[in-house]
Design a protein around this ligand. Structure first.
Ligand code: BGC
Length: 378
């Protein structure tokens, strides 16, 4: 009898435990290792006069089919697909699609993810064209886009396909982004009630913005932030970001006692110089772990799941070994803290490959695997 009661108790407790896990949390738990497959975000491949609407070349897209298989084979469970839907739509009301080819390619990407048993994140990327096209990111336009996107993908499997409302909102006040996000959530929910939404906060989906914010009322949301710290390591040589970064090189990871980083003349007195000054501390594994732990604490306090939608390093200047050490710090922290994350990116300048090949570098492989090692040890 005692045994039966014990058994019943376990059943009861087990069931209660499962019910307590939200749908969003269950789905987040299955995201694990993720990879960004860039390309459909790359509006600058198009013609400026055409507002970049022609940036997708169907022939380029077809060769990406095999990348989904490669990503799955490399042990990733989730693919984040950044898509510049905005480039295929008119800028002014009444809104309409200008380029059906682009949309068809997006459909193929979502299909190829499912065919390879990958969770897929349909991510509305660069809707503001980095400020290159004024007025592209109004709430009316984004709502129109989401009505279209949600309708297009509402019949996909909600267990496997997630909708990310807007990549890296910036130059928008916290409260304005919140209001815009609430309007998008309302729109998507009328069309796709069961799909999990991925939502980050203002200031480029920064970690601090997440910590400073409150979750939304909708329970089926996974919260996201991007983690490119320390930025002067991950973005040395980057031409599209802060002043002084294109000229910055020879930033090792981590810094040693003797590390002396030369401040490019153009960065003097700027944000990049501040980052150089605090690099000793910022590149320590302890500091990075504490950053990620603080995000996890936020998630636990609010009882919501989190997902790091982008992290990685630009391969132009640093050595592969330094990039691997940086990746290992993050992957092992993710494993310990049980945070899923998507590396930026599979085959662009942030790739994990041995230089000049399409094979994941051995030390990168080890770094990625440290995600599971730590978890198994727990
Ligand atoms: C941008 C990319 C950039 C990456 C790292 C992404 O969100 O879309 O263009 O390479 O961040 O900076």
């Amino acid at each position: 009898m005692k045994k039966i009661i014990y058994f019943l108790l376990i059943l009861l407790f087990g069931a209660h435990h499962a019910a307590a896990q939200s749908i969003a949390q269950q789905r987040a738990d299955r995201m694990k290792l993720g990879m960004n497959l860039s390309y459909l975000d790359n509006y600058s491949l198009g013609t400026k006069e055409k507002n970049y609407a022609d940036f997708v070349k169907p022939a380029d897209a077809a060769k990406r089919e095999k990348m989904f298989a490669e990503i799955a084979k490399a042990g990733f469970s989730t693919v984040r697909i950044p898509i510049n839907f905005g480039a295929w739509a008119s800028l002014n009301q009444p809104y309409r699609w200008e380029n059906g080819e682009g949309l068809k390619t997006a459909d193929l990407f979502v299909k190829w993810a499912a065919a390879n048993d990958l969770n897929a994140i349909v991510d509305l990327h660069h809707v503001e064209f980095d400020g290159k096209i004024q007025g592209a990111a109004t709430t009316e336009r984004i709502i129109w886009l989401w009505r279209q996107i949600a309708t297009r993908y509402k019949n996909t499997n909600p267990e496997r396909v997630f909708f990310e409302l807007r990549n890296e909102p910036h130059d928008i006040k916290a409260e304005d982004w919140r209001a815009q996000a609430e309007a998008i959530i309302k729109t998507v929910r009328q069309i796709a009630p069961n799909h999990t939404l991925i939502v980050g906060f203002h200031d480029w989906n920064s970690r601090q913005a997440l910590i400073d914010s409150k979750p939304f009322a909708d329970a089926n949301i996974i919260y996201t932030f991007h983690y490119y710290d320390p930025f002067i390591f991950t973005h040395q040589g980057a031409t599209w970001s802060s002043e002084g970064l294109p000229e910055l090189k020879n930033v090792p990871f981590p810094a040693s006692k003797n590390t002396k980083i030369e401040t490019p003349a153009i960065a003097k007195g700027k944000w990049v110089e501040n980052q150089i000054n605090s690099y000793q501390k910022d590149s320590s594994a302890e500091k990075m772990f504490a950053d990620l732990k603080a995000a996890k604490n936020w998630a636990e306090k609010n009882k919501v799941p989190i997902f790091v939608g982008e992290f990685g390093s630009y391969g132009k200047y640093p050595t592969t070994e330094d990039r691997c050490r940086h990746a290992a710090v993050i992957y092992s922290a993710f494993g310990k803290l049980n945070i899923p994350g998507a590396w930026w990116e599979w085959d662009g300048g942030f790739n994990m490959f041995e230089k000049g090949t399409t094979k994941i570098a051995a030390c990168m492989r080890k770094a990625v695997d440290s995600y599971n090692v730590r978890k198994a040890a727990k």
